[in-house]
Design a protein around this ligand. Structure first.
Ligand SMILES: Nc1ncnc2c1ncn2[C@@H]1O[C@H](COP(=O)(O)OP(=O)(O)OP(=O)(O)O)[C@@H](O)[C@H]1O
Ligand SMILES: [Mg+2]
Length: 254
């Protein structure tokens, strides 16, 4: 991973004054945030607040009409999803993408081939790295199972593994624990904590508040596309605006 040489004081990811509109609808506006190397930042807010939109805008999957995105010294603004992945952004999806009919390990090798500037296909390094990912995310037992046959919890862990093939500097994860058993969530939580300890920045969207608070150093709250409050996770979660806007009537956290 990116441990060792990372400068933990400089933000890995910097989002400045971003706005995304879908036609006439403003999904997010005036959003600025940073994620430092090794930091887990929780991103929460009611349904429709703009969390997934913001992750996709950072990854270049939707276009931000305003604002800038930088990863370290690299300007991401205007780059495609693929270029941003190559620059070090990893993303998992709220609704898992339809994987093909390949097995878990075949999918991971296929992903590795897509990034062959870093990993030679079939090389010792990619075999070892994929074995380590399977182990880290407790996917060894299903390595030879086809992805469509996995449980939702396994698919979510597979998605994280696939995003990690690219060795991202910052991982954007959209509700990774949803649909997981408590035991599966523990495996995932430990894997994300290890990643962060190794210097990877994590931007975590999660409605499961105990899961989020056990991982996130800081939390950022979106409400109706705007940044409502940010700060230390505990302070944010117990703040009045969050109790009212998020934990109140709008949605019962899962
Ligand atoms: N592709 C799209 N086209 C048009 N509007 C969209 C699109 N995707 C999202 N929106 C709208 O943008 C706003 C933000 O949606 P988004 O999915 O980012 O919210 P969210 O915070 O991730 O919600 P949830 O907690 O339900 O996942 C919503 O009003 C939504 O209806
Ligand atoms: Mg969402």
């Amino acid at each position: 991973m990116n441990a060792g040489s990372t400068d933990r004081s400089a933000p890995a990811l910097r989002v400045d004054d971003v706005e995304v509109r879908y036609g006439g609808t403003t999904a997010v506006t005036e959003i600025s945030l940073t994620v430092a190397p090794g930091e887990v930042v929780g991103l929460i807010g009611p349904n429709g607040a703009g969390k997934s939109t913001l992750l996709k805008a950072i990854a270049g999957l939707v276009t931000a009409q305003e604002g800038r995105f930088r990863l370290g010294d690299v300007e991401l603004t205007g780059l495609s999803f693929t270029r941003r992945c190559r620059a070090g952004i990893g993303l998992t999806f709220q609704i898992p993408r339809n994987a093909g009919r390949l097995t878990v390990s075949e999918e991971l090798f296929a992903q590795a081939r897509g990034f062959r500037h870093r990993w030679l296909p079939g090389s010792r390094r990619s075999m070892d790295a994929i074995a380590a990912l399977l182990r880290d995310l407790d996917l060894e037992a299903v390595a030879d199972r086809r992805v469509p046959d996995l449980t939702l919890g396994e698919i979510r862990r597979f998605e994280v593994a696939r995003a990690l093939v690219n060795d991202p500097a910052v991982l954007l994860v959209d509700e990774p624990a949803s649909g997981m058993t408590a035991d599966e969530a523990k495996v995932l939580s430990a894997a994300l904590a290890r990643l962060a300890a190794g210097g990877v920045g994590v931007l975590l969207v999660e409605h499961n508040i105990p899961f989020l608070s056990s991982l996130a150093d800081r939390a950022v709250v979106l409400d109706a596309g705007k940044l409502l409050i940010e700060g230390a996770t505990h302070d944010v979660l117990t703040s009045t605006p969050v109790q009212e806007a998020y934990l109140g009537a709008t949605r019962t956290p899962r």
